[in-house]
Ligand binder design. Sequence first.
Ligand SMILES: Cc1ncc(COP(=O)(O)O)c(C=O)c1O
Length: 437
Amino acid sequence: MCGARFVEKTPSSKILFERAKSVLPGGVSYSIRYFDPYPIYVSRAEGQRIWDLDGNAYTDYWMGHGALIMGHGYRPVIEAVKNQLEKYGHVGFPHEWEVRLAEQVSRMMRSIELLRFTNSGTEAAMYSIRLARAYTGKRFVGKFEGGWHGSYDCLHLGVNPPYDLPGSLGILPESLKYTVILPYNDLEGIRRLVRSLDLAAIVVEPVLGAGGAIPAEPEFLKGLRELCDELDALLIFDEVITGFRLSLGGAQQVYGVKPDLTILGKILGGGFPVGGFGGRRDVMELLDQLKRPDPRKRVFQGGTFAANPITTRAGYTLLRDLNENPEIYRKINELGERARRGIEEAFEKHGLTGYTTGLGSMIGIHFTPEKPRDARYAQLNRDLKLARSFFKHMLDNGVVYLTRENPHLFISVSHTREDIEKLIALAEDFAKTSSTL
Ligand SMILES: Cc1ncc(COP(=O)(O)O)c(C=O)c1O
């Protein structure tokens, strides 16, 4: 639980949480946003900081679930959205911004020849699986232990241990019948499991996000590519987090592996609700009503707010700016590297057993006996008590991230070297006090 200091400083958040509980289940709109005794309620956000209702400032390493690569309140996006609102908002007809964003994405991610927009990563993952099954005529989908692709029934398995149980009530065993859970960074183990299946696709996060910011080992994604080719299955990269974060061309550019389909979200929408999926022309053409006028011979995708003008203009504005300023990746990747090294050294110096993982601007912190190379190890061996006290220590000192038990932090362009040094210094204070307890 967060300490007396937190409670003393945040009376307004406490009051609002009491109100929230009577109208929102558990007082929140996404259970991972809760921590006890109550979450902070944000009243302002700018750059790398957020402020709560009582005016306390926090350095934010959650950054809108990783969506805000420039930090809060990126001016060009705000101006573009204001201008768009004056002209037209949601219309439900085609408009120029969906075309411009699609062009921009396929310029940046070479594997994406055609794409479609959705309102969330969850939806994009759902349609990708549907598309892969339609294209291959096969049923099974491989996903990884610790892999999070949103809450589409057939993918909401194997996210947290025990991996063979659905991640939610209400998911029918029938929905999971054709899902196979695979071990991350273990090609031999995967081969054994999928050899005899009619496999439509393997969906993989090139760096596990919710699974602890654990990167694929360099040869792993190449091996998956070969395996999918051998089995005539599609390789789907879930780049909802890594897309436009690890590089202009996402993780696929960093690893040099070309997926058949890519799932996008978060950064794609410039801070507005978004998802998208795209890839090989011959696969995506299954959605094409011109080429396939008969709806029974087509894959359906759509939605009231799909490709809404606010999101697509915001996304376009952001991606255009990223593309014109590729040096930002060097900056955030270096800050990420410094944070990972600094925190781990601080732990080591004071004899605290803890490790960092991640790639580029994604950071995972693990209180595990060894450095994890998959989510199974990280999730089954973590010291939850230590993770919670680390969270509390950070919060008390004006640093916030989520989640309390699974620290994964995102660095934005607004973060400075001083922010990172403060983060490391706080980790060191924590290590010092924890090792003398
Ligand atoms: C890798 C990954 N895929 C898919 C999703 C689902 O996206 P959304 O929350 O937009 O539905 C997430 C969300 O955190 C994610 O991290």
